[in-house]
Design a protein around this ligand. Structure first.
Ligand code: DC
Length: 229
């Protein structure tokens, strides 16, 4: 069966990563979480004092980019985890501190150029599911299957809250809701690669959908393209 490229874009906390990961596992494709790459750069900036009272030290970050290596490795459970210069940072990149600093980093044109080039290289042989904000529009504009996921900010904040609580983190729902709305605004209004639905992307509003219903829907779309008869 021919291998295709699957681009899953949408708002933050829509469950994109979970859905993309499950789909990749089911169909035997590689899964790449592009948001984790922006988060890893943000963690690097936090660790190296590149956030200052005056803003981001962009020139220092630009000079450091060639030394920042981001990679993914499967853990014992077969789940991909993010590594920053050889160190497993999967937990740290999901913290509220990283979440509340990542949008301005993702808005920097030179950061995007570097990461987009790395993402395109990862998908050169197809057989990949990548999720993010600009996968169907910029990274893989020729992807055979593009999906744009959405749900209300309240539904998304509740999901993020439950996820972080489940991991034992002390979190406040109102703070998360504010963070979700702020990130929507920045993601949609930034100058470089703003979040938008590609014209040929399928819209998936999963606010009222169960995980099982969503999975079935995704598999239907995949089969429609790879097994048209
Ligand atoms: O999907 P996420 O919440 O882990 O993404 C983290 C941030 O990175 C979010 O603010 C949007 C940004 N991002 C992006 O600009 N482009 C991508 N392809 C993926 C994520």
């Amino acid at each position: 069966m021919k291998k295709i490229t699957i681009a899953i874009d949408g708002f933050s906390s829509c469950g994109k990563s979970t859905m993309a990961k499950d789909l990749a596992c089911e169909i035997g494709y590689i899964y790449i979480d592009s948001g984790a790459m922006y988060r890893a750069i943000t963690l690097y900036c936090l660790q190296n004092g590149l956030f200052t009272d005056k803003g981001i030290e962009t020139e220092k970050l630009r000079a450091s980019l060639p030394d920042i290596r981001i990679s993914f490795q499967l853990n014992e459970a077969g789940k991909p985890e993010t590594y920053l210069n050889g160190e497993n940072v999967e937990k740290q990149i999901r913290s509220m501190e990283v979440s509340s600093h990542v949008s301005p980093i993702a808005a920097l044109d030179f950061v995007r150029e570097t990461l987009v080039a790395q993402q395109q290289e990862m998908g050169r042989q197809k057989g990949i599911v990548m999720d993010g904000r600009d996968i169907g529009t910029t990274v893989f504009p020729d992807a055979e299957l593009k999906i744009f996921v959405t749900a209300s900010p309240e539904v998304r904040a509740r999901r993020r809250y439950d996820e972080l609580k489940g991991k034992g983190q002390e979190v406040c729902y109102e703070e998360i809701l504010e963070n979700v709305k702020q990130r929507d605004h920045i993601d949609q209004n930034r100058a470089v690669s703003p979040l938008r639905k590609a014209e040929d992307a399928l819209l998936l509003d999963n606010g009222d959908m169960s995980i099982t219903e969503q999975k079935e829907w995704l598999l239907q779309q995949f089969n429609r393209i790879t097994r048209p008869d």
